[in-house]
Write a protein that binds this ligand. Structure first.
Ligand SMILES: *Cc1c(COP(=O)(O)O)cnc(C)c1O
Length: 439
């Protein structure tokens, strides 16, 4: 498989090069030159395969001859090493829990896959110098990258996170490891962090001196493995023989983008709902056709405090850049913090299920959409629980602290010392700091 730049389709690279570049030299996102279609038989008989072999079948199409199947399968087995259960909250409404990995949010899958793949590229000497991974985080990417890249040889990781805008557990996950994990606390928003990272990529000195790549969902190695969730959920729900709608709490729109690619590959999914907090660039876009990001507003679902979602151009390409094709099966709704908290409280009361703020928004989006459809009986709604509620204990309604179980690992984490370095929202300053400090 080759990947073209969405800015200039003449620039094409293979999977290995696309991972190392992160973003194409002309600033375009990489995008597969075609979306392969899986054999019908495979989808029909999906129940007969285990998740590792399903994942292999799905991803090998994108990796091509760059890695032998047995090596790829071994990466997949190490990546998908925890469960992805679905839980029926009430009739035909399911939570797809993606928070059972080491950092308690769905981003463990993409980052682990990417870390192991880079490790393989070092092993075969495709990469033969030290590289620097630079990543902007709204909380969970940083945590997952820190954990999954910790201690890797010849890889430095630099994580930019927005000061005071991530949860306490997220900050501790990012900032307490040290070693090859460098955390920078930026006085700004996530969009500021993301802009700094984009500017770093365009800077020749930095790019050449530090061998930079990205581990955000702009990197296809992060994005594509997220398809595994949708295949796993489908496998678990197939025998019900009903149409499936996914509601995905969305920030940078990487997770939902992977869902749409899965559908294009042949996975039977009826519709997608992207549920956002009040940073509602996409819900407004679907109403007006105008893409007008506003200043980012902090919310309790902080991993989605993003107004300029990176992956949206990929989604537009998946719908042939046609507004009407997009609107046929892609919906988006936004919700504020009060609605989020009320939902967390009500769902716990009624169904004894504790949502996290992001999952709560997914649940709200799903219900809103289903009520529009007139609550049809032949539909299963799946919302994605993207993080464990404990990660946001400091943002949850008070009485939840008592209901959430703090295990020793979390207690130890909270007591660890923060090692991050404070950096102003200023590119010139940051550049000098990186040149002086990253060796
Ligand atoms: C990253 C994240 C999201 C948003 O995912 P995108 O792929 O950026 O749309 C939602 N919820 C949680 C908990 C996250 O960490």
């Amino acid at each position: 498989m080759m990947y073209k730049s969405l800015e200039n389709s003449n620039h094409c690279v293979d999977f290995n090069q696309a991972i190392i570049n992160g973003i194409s030299p002309d600033k375009g996102l990489y995008y597969p030159v075609n979306i392969p279609h899986l054999p019908k038989k495979f989808i029909e008989n999906i129940s007969e395969y285990d998740l590792h072999n399903i994942a292999l079948e799905v991803i090998r199409q994108y990796v091509g001859n760059n890695i032998p199947d047995n090596e790829l399968l071994s990466i997949i087995k190490k990546t998908l090493s925890f469960p992805f259960p679905i839980y029926e909250i009430h009739k035909n409404i399911y939570s797809l829990e993606l928070f059972h990995g080491p950092t308690l949010a769905f981003k463990d899958v993409g980052t682990k896959f990417m870390a192991l793949y880079l490790d393989y590229l070092q092993k075969i000497k495709f990469i033969n110098k030290k590289i620097t991974i630079i990543v902007a985080t709204s909380g969970d990417t940083g945590a997952a990258v820190a954990k999954n890249f910790y201690g890797m040889k010849n890889i430095n990781v630099v994580i930019l996170y927005p000061k005071n805008r991530i949860s306490e557990i997220q900050e501790k996950q990012i900032s307490t490891l040290g070693n090859n994990i460098i955390s920078l606390e930026i006085s700004g928003t996530f969009d500021d962090c993301q802009n700094l990272v984009k500017t770093i990529f365009l800077d020749k000195d930095l790019k050449e001196n530090l061998n930079i790549t990205s581990a955000n969902s702009i990197n296809i190695a992060r994005l594509l493995p997220q398809m595994f969730y949708y295949f796993s959920a489908y496998k678990q729900l197939k025998e019900k023989n009903l149409e499936i709608i996914f509601s995905v709490p969305s920030g940078n729109f990487g997770n939902i983008c992977a869902g749409i690619i899965s559908k294009k590959m042949g996975l039977p999914i009826k519709e997608f709902i992207s549920a956002t907090n009040i940073n509602d660039t996409i819900p407004r876009f679907l109403k007006t056709g105008k893409y007008e990001p506003k200043k980012t507003i902090p919310t309790i679902s902080n991993a989605m405090d993003i107004s300029n979602p990176n992956n949206f151009t990929r989604i537009q390409n998946l719908y042939e850049k046609s507004f009407s094709l997009l609107k046929k099966e892609f919906y988006s709704y936004s919700f504020n913090d009060k609605e989020t908290i009320d939902t967390i409280i009500n769902v716990e009361k009624k169904y004894k299920y504790i949502l996290d703020p992001h999952g709560a928004i997914g649940y709200l989006g799903l219900n809103k959409h289903l009520s529009k459809l007139g609550n049809k009986k032949n539909i299963i709604g799946v919302f994605i629980e993207t993080a464990h509620p404990i990660k946001f204990f400091d943002k949850m309604p008070n009485f939840f602290s008592r209901k959430l179980h703090f295990n020793n690992e979390i207690k130890n984490l909270i007591n660890r010392k923060k090692l991050s370095i404070k950096i102003p929202n200023n590119f010139t300053f940051l550049k000098q700091w990186l040149l002086n400090n990253i060796l």
